[in-house]
Unconditional design. Sequence first.
Length: 82
Amino acid sequence: MAGAGPMLTLMRVEHFVPPAWPEGPQQQQLHLDIAVEELDPATEAALAMGATAAELQPAPGQWRVLLDPAGHPFCLTAVRPD
């Protein structure tokens, strides 16, 4: 697997139902945690690109839960494994 790296493949579905987080009839189908240096500027940049902040923010000092334009949740975090 020399040269292999991260890869993300997306597919369209015919009858898409947006997910609801943290609860709802359609649960999240994928979740990304994106490591950033600083939460505030990274959150502002994501919001400027079309993300929205989720109402529930369980640990806003460590994680920011955002929703992409289709409603999929993802997190920005400054927490990194050692």
